[in-house]
Ligand binder design. Structure first.
Ligand code: GLN
Length: 452
């Protein structure tokens, strides 16, 4: 009830939820009370969560932040949200996001932008973005409108909003969480994960969300370890890689200082710092912004006005498709479909898509080689703190540059954790990122726990 009251008071301003579901939440909470009274409490019994509106929830509208799914009520539950329900969680509602999870500022949602609850010192009027695409999830947790939330990360959408909102978030190894029932953006990059106020809360939530699912052919049949126990392991004797190529030209001094501070903390806790090279880092953003739109253009072909969601009637079938898609998709989604269609088209496929796939393999190989020398890697999570709503909006490339530290983990399929670690000169939160070996989230949590 406290969370529902907080949502009622603050959501009109923050817009973190597209749909609050108070009746459902109260019914689930009563069931949780009854389960506890019977001595049948589970890992998350009664824990109130926000669910990113990209996860299908049976009987509750799931929009993906798009007009084209504005009236879509799924008949089934995503595996990840179903796992949380199995463990007793209470769902407060569906969290806002960039349309189809495309964006870094939660300004492309058809349901309006999300406001970051944080303010620059002395600038109470400036509307700051919460990051994206999981901006609603991160803002809800930061503003105490949920204890934790589900999110997804295709190129940084868990880690960047977590960093902008001063909370923790992990993108696990590709295959750790089932993608069944999550609206697809770029299937070879998409992963679900939690955002929460602490690293340990993320570990507890991930423990419920993760696990093999025969309904997702890319789901990994690997046991889910006790992530929460790993958070307090410490870093004594661990080798932490510091990648030379992440010292970008023009990296703001406060981000460089945050990174140095993180290194000093880990060293003081007994870790060994090792300089490493990830030589193909400079190709990561261009590679990502070919692979992700290519897969998106293919995935979004299903929104044709016939099978689900919005339908605008036309004179014939082609006219129906065109009117539906013109009315249903926002500007950024159209841009991605156009880029994706272009890079996959005959004549350009080899030069763009195939080349990007080859470079992706090199980026992955850089990490494979690094793991011979180090147990985890430390980098900044983002190149800046949260920015204003009106900044970068008319420059897609400036927006894409936000993802410079995060996209490599998706291209390589490895886990990445954002940990709140400091603040900028205006008092805004800044985050560090811990990258780890495939399926070694435990070490990532150990390093994150030591930083926190
Ligand atoms: N900002 C990136 C993009 O716009 C990543 C989004 C995501 O991870 N879903 O594609």
């Amino acid at each position: 009830r406290a969370h529902l009251a907080a949502i009622e008071a603050l959501n009109p301003r923050l817009n973190a939820y597209i749909s609050a579901t108070p009746e459902l939440a109260l019914a689930q909470a009563e069931a949780a009370d009854a389960a506890l009274a019977r001595g049948e409490g589970r890992a998350l019994t009664g824990i109130p969560l926000a669910i990113k509106d990209l996860f299908c929830t049976a009987g509750t509208r799931t929009t993906a932040g798009s007009r084209i799914l504005g009236n879509f009520v799924p008949p089934y539950e995503s595996t990840v949200s179903g796992n949380l329900l199995r463990d007793g969680a209470v769902f407060l509602g569906k969290a806002n996001l960039d349309e189809f999870a495309m964006g870094s500022s939660n300004t492309t949602s058809a349901f309006g932008p999300v406001e970051n609850p944080w303010k620059r010192e002395g600038e109470a009027e400036t509307f700051l973005v919460p990051g994206g695409s999981s901006g609603g999830s991160a803002a809800a947790v930061a503003a105490r409108l949920a204890l934790g939330a589900t999110a997804t990360d295709t190129g940084g959408s868990i880690r960047q909003p977590a960093a902008f909102c001063g909370i923790a978030g992990i993108k696990p190894t590709y295959g750790r969480c089932s993608r069944f029932g999550i609206v697809a953006f770029a299937s070879s990059l998409d992963q679900a994960g939690p955002v929460a106020r602490t690293v340990e809360d993320c570990a507890i939530l991930l423990g419920s969300m993760a696990g093999f699912d025969p309904k997702d052919s890319t789901s990994a049949d690997i046991a889910v370890p006790d992530f929460a126990a790993a958070c307090a392991r410490g870093v004594k004797g661990l080798r932490i890689g510091i990648p030379r190529e992440y010292r970008l030209d023009g990296l703001p001094a406060e981000i460089a200082a945050l990174w140095e501070q993180g290194m000093a903390w880990l060293k003081a806790e007994g870790a060994e710092l090792v300089e490493i090279s990830l030589p193909h880092t400079k190709y990561a953003l261009p590679t990502y912004y070919i692979v992700a739109p290519a897969e998106a253009s293919s995935n979004l072909a299903r929104y044709d006005g016939v099978r689900f969601g919005l339908r605008e009637n036309g004179e014939d079938l082609k006219d129906l498709y065109e009117r539906t898609r013109a009315a249903g998709f926002g500007e950024e989604v159209r841009r991605r479909i156009l880029i994706g269609t272009y890079v996959l088209s005959a004549g350009y496929y080899d030069a763009y898509y195939l080349k990007a796939q080859q470079v992706r393999a090199l980026i992955k190989r850089d990490f494979d080689q690094a793991w011979e020398k180090v147990d985890a890697i430390l980098t900044p999570a983002t190149p800046s703190a949260a920015f204003g709503r009106d900044e970068k909006q008319d420059d897609p490339v400036a927006m894409y540059l936000n993802d410079v530290f995060t996209v490599t983990a998706n291209l390589a399929g490895i886990p990445g954790l954002a940990v709140p670690a400091g603040q900028d000169v205006k008092g805004l939160p800044l985050g560090l990122q811990v990258l780890g070996k495939p399926f070694d989230e435990e070490t990532v949590f150990a390093v994150g726990g030591a930083i926190e």
